[in-house]
Design a binder for this molecule. Sequence first.
Ligand code: P6P
Length: 337
Amino acid sequence: MPKRISLTHFLIDEQRAGRVSADLRLLIEVVARSVKTISVTVSKGALAGALGEAGTENVQGEAQKKLDVIANEILLQANEWGGHLAAMASEEVETVHQIPFDYPKGGYLLLFDPLDGSSNIDVNVTIGTIFSVLRNPQTKDKDPTEADFLQPGRDQVAAGYATYGPSTQLVLTVGGGVHGFTLDREMGSFIYTHPFMTVPAETCEYSINASNARFWEAPVQRYIAELQQGKDGPRGSDFNMRWIASMVADVHRVLTRGGIFMYPFDEKCREKGGKLRLMYEANPMAMLIEQAGGAATTGRGRILDIIPERLHQRVPVILGSRTEVERVTSYHLDPPS
Ligand code: P6P
């Protein structure tokens, strides 16, 4: 049995290697503790009275599930007092969440989708938490504004997600590759189980909500049609499809065994700019995928190079096995005449 290394042990090693500061290590530990608390509530489901609608709407105008609200509160309260953060931003909160004046401030900004995939909660399908960490550009005596959060994804210092599935896993990058941890519920600690996760360049598995096909742009319609023609078509091989409708679960599969995940631009979400949110969904997932050797674009450009304009901005997302992402992107940039 290999030596069991905890998340704390891993982070101390990363700190000794100079990849994380003491404050960033504390930040990640506090997020991990929040994830454990969320995992306990998620795993109780109906027994915790945590299923169903909250009866409220979030800033996106989406009906909130009770667990959306619970997870959001857990993350906000756990991260307020530690002294490692200058402010937070959440999918569930319209404006920047400032650190209460009676708590010390740190040098980082934390952004998160507290519970991604909420439509799957009541049917007991894997959901998750996604987080992104930026440096605070402001001086400590000033409250960070929304503009301070609007940094391109390439400036993230850390990104990660938790999946609440058959096991609870935490997948993390601080810039030195992608590393996975599994929650040992008896010990209450995350154990290092997936070192250096990588996305194979090639794949035969794609992930997209095919019910939107009539709304896709031509390059995506062309790409998917080719996959569906299988070995008798231009690709010369058969492809499989998976769609869980929890980005965290679909991206975790891509990080675990390869694939291409797509929520591309479509006519239904034209005025919104896309379906998935840039700051706390696309950017952290793009950092993880690139750190694992994959690629992440909007179809027309690298996601991590986007200069954000709004905190809750949405973008098209095409990410995963590099060869496939590059092919789809080439169809957008160099369409047949
Ligand atoms: P659709 C979940 O609500 C989410 O934001 C992502 O996690 C997921 O990939 C997508 O929406 C699912 O969207 O249109 O399939 O319901």
